[in-house]
Ligand binder design. Structure first.
Ligand code: ASP
Ligand code: MG
Length: 454
């Protein structure tokens, strides 16, 4: 075994019964090249959402359960086309029975604790790992399926958003996984799942399979993490506004994190954290182009600007009041009001005169925020204004630290000064807030003139 690669297959590609076999062929190929391959699997498409629904609508549990069961049964049959050992069917049946039992119990109790919720959510990935291993084994690839916890990922007991305990997890996962690889077996590990020291199942937060993959890469000293999706990499422009945008070939972790927050590609927010400073790279790619796609590492690379993404359906909420000027704690009170009403702030601007503060928020949050801010009116706030039909174009790239490049971006974005309302610069991004009707034009212009040609 010369090198270790962690491969992760997300729900978007685990959508039907033939996918597991296709992936198994791909993994077989990698192992035949002498690559020590670990497979991390998500639940099949929409399964985690259905399990959440099962918890919140326990009266519908039968229908949801049979949908999930059928989906995986079908997948298992497809995976076992070349014949499977009985042990897979048995393990599968056992797990389905366990799920049926808990689902029934929730149906009766009608309420679950965060601990039980994580336990229920674990079934999507656990069933998936059995099907994946069955597919590999029917193609003659020796494998072993394990839950994230069995693979050594130990977490705290913050159910729903558990944090791995690195020292313990690193030791345990090496002890568990490395001997399997040495014996020529492919470990098939459930993404998303860990466990507390006393054995309760935890989950790492939505989209957590990416995080499982990067954690294992760090613990095992892998060379590369491959996050397989149904697109051949990360796009350089928002596909809603630009057709046939090219694939970004290189990103730094910093740039990738900015793009992840923007939803250009949905990663678990902590995906890259375990790899910072390790020299391990991530490749986002599809099964058809395993050596292409987008490579993400500590250093990144050219071009200076990587992508332009749009955030649509925003609103600007601004607060004015002469007595805000020079008054300490004004901004803090405004933010507290936003946070108390559950509103996430996308951007903040305040002129130096301090006569107003403008918040960029999601349109759906605007009404809530306005009524919370009006509650402050007896104090220092005189007016609360809302501007709707607002969107933002966000350009990402460490090259924005260069003055010439920044100037270029701004000049392309000013298609119509009256419509460009606000902009703010982050470490490796610039956010340009404008009226929604010009956002497509701004995104296209930025892509075509400053990003697209590299
Ligand atoms: N199945 C989990 C989710 O949907 C984890 C993942 O897909 O990464 O959030
Ligand atoms: Mg995912």
């Amino acid at each position: 075994m010369e090198k270790i690669v962690i491969t992760k297959f997300g729900g978007s590609i685990l959508s039907n019964e033939s996918e597991y076999s296709r992936i198994a062929d791909h993994i077989k190929n990698l192992t035949e090249q002498g690559v020590g391959t670990v497979v991390v699997v998500s639940a099949m498409k929409n399964v985690t959402n259905s399990l959440i629904k099962l918890i919140s609508h326990p009266v519908q549990y039968r229908a949801i359960l049979s949908w999930i069961k059928e989906k995986y049964e079908f997948a298992l049959k497809g995976a076992c086309n070349g014949g499977c050992k009985e042990e897979f069917f048995e393990a599968f049946k056992e797990l389905v029975t366990e799920l049926e039992r808990v689902a029934w119990a929730i149906g009766v109790l009608g309420e679950v604790s965060p601990k039980v919720k994580d336990y229920i959510l674990s079934f999507g990935e656990r069933l998936s790992s059995i099907v994946m291993c069955a597919a590999l084994s029917s193609k003659g690839v020796p494998c072993e399926f394990l839950s994230g916890f069995d693979a050594g990922i130990v977490t705290d007991d913050n159910f729903g958003e558990a944090r791995p305990i690195h020292e313990i997890s690193s030791r345990l996962s090496r002890a568990k996984i490395l001997p399997l690889l040495r014996a020529g077996k492919v470990p098939v590990v459930t993404g998303f799942i860990g466990g507390t020291l006393d054995g309760a199942i935890t989950t790492l937060g939505r989209g957590g399979s990416d995080y499982t993959a990067t954690l294992l890469a760090r613990y095992l000293g892998a060379e590369e993490v491959r996050l397989y999706t149904n697109v051949p990499g990360i796009l350089a422009a928002d596909p809603r506004f630009v057709d046939n945008a090219r694939i970004v070939s290189k990103l730094s972790f910093k740039e990738a994190m900015e793009l992840a927050y923007l939803g250009a590609k949905k990663f678990h927010p902590r995906t890259f954290e375990p790899l910072l400073g390790t020299g391990i790279r991530v490749r986002v790619t599809s099964i058809n182009e395993p050596n292409g796609g987008t490579v993400i590492d500590d250093v990144g690379g050219p071009p200076p600007l990587k992508a332009v993404v749009a955030l649509t359906d925003l609103a600007l909420v601004s607060v004015e009041g002469a007595s805000m000027v020079g008054r300490l704690g004004t901004a803090a009170e405004i933010m507290r009001a936003a946070s108390a009403s559950g509103v996430n702030i996308v951007g903040i601007a305040q002129p130096v005169s301090e006569v107003s503060i403008t918040l960029v928020v999601r349109d759906q949050d605007a009404d809530n925020l306005v009524s919370a801010l009006k509650g402050l009116r007896d104090g220092f706030v005189r007016n609360v204004n809302v501007k709707r039909d607002v969107s933002a174009a966000v350009v990402v790239g460490e090259g924005l630290r260069n003055m010439g490049i920044l100037r270029d971006v701004l000049s392309r974005a000013i298609i119509d000064r009256a419509k460009l309302m606000l902009w703010y610069v982050g470490d490796s991004s610039i956010t340009l807030v404008a009226e929604s009707d010009v956002i497509g034009e701004i995104v296209r212009s930025l892509y075509e003139e400053v990003i697209g040609n590299g």
